[in-house]
Ligand binder design. Sequence first.
Ligand SMILES: Cc1cc2nc3c(=O)[nH]c(=O)nc-3n(C[C@H](O)[C@H](O)[C@H](O)COP(=O)(O)OP(=O)(O)OC[C@H]3O[C@@H](n4cnc5c(N)ncnc54)[C@H](O)[C@@H]3O)c2cc1C
Length: 115
Amino acid sequence: MEAYNAACDREAAFDPTALDGKAARGIAPPKSNWAQPIEQGPFRAYPVTGGITFTYGGLRVSDRGAVMREDGTEIAGLHACGEMVGGVFYEGYPGGSGLTSGAVFGRLAGTHAAA
Ligand SMILES: Cc1cc2nc3c(=O)[nH]c(=O)nc-3n(C[C@H](O)[C@H](O)[C@H](O)COP(=O)(O)OP(=O)(O)OC[C@H]3O[C@@H](n4cnc5c(N)ncnc54)[C@H](O)[C@@H]3O)c2cc1C
């Protein structure tokens, strides 16, 4: 804590709404923004970890939810939806739309598989 506090930039203004450049350098890992000294208690500590919302990769499917070969033809009897499907969010992820993708492609794949 002493090393972190000593590394904090005390000149830059704290701005939680932007990448404020208020850094803590010379420590490992360095902190790029929002580095505020932690000096006044009481303190609480929580364990945190990273998570994978999804991978963005996966199988290519047709508009009927059928898995496609590299040549663009459907593989008969093989369907995919949800996390298995890639390419939907390559250009960006509108927050909260992962489950919508699963529902939409799930309905398509299920309908086609049952036909
Ligand atoms: C931390 C986090 C936050 C998220 N927040 C959001 C959000 O706010 N809004 C949103 O829309 N999306 C969110 N997502 C994404 C969303 O949860 C996923 O896109 C969605 O759950 C994928 O659904 P799925 O049915 O394809 O896969 P999953 O939900 O992963 O379901 C696959 C299921 O298959 C089971 N399974 C695996 N192997 C086997 C096996 N061999 N036999 C039988 N069963 C098996 C698993 O136990 C699991 O229940 C979030 C994801 C994460 C990780």
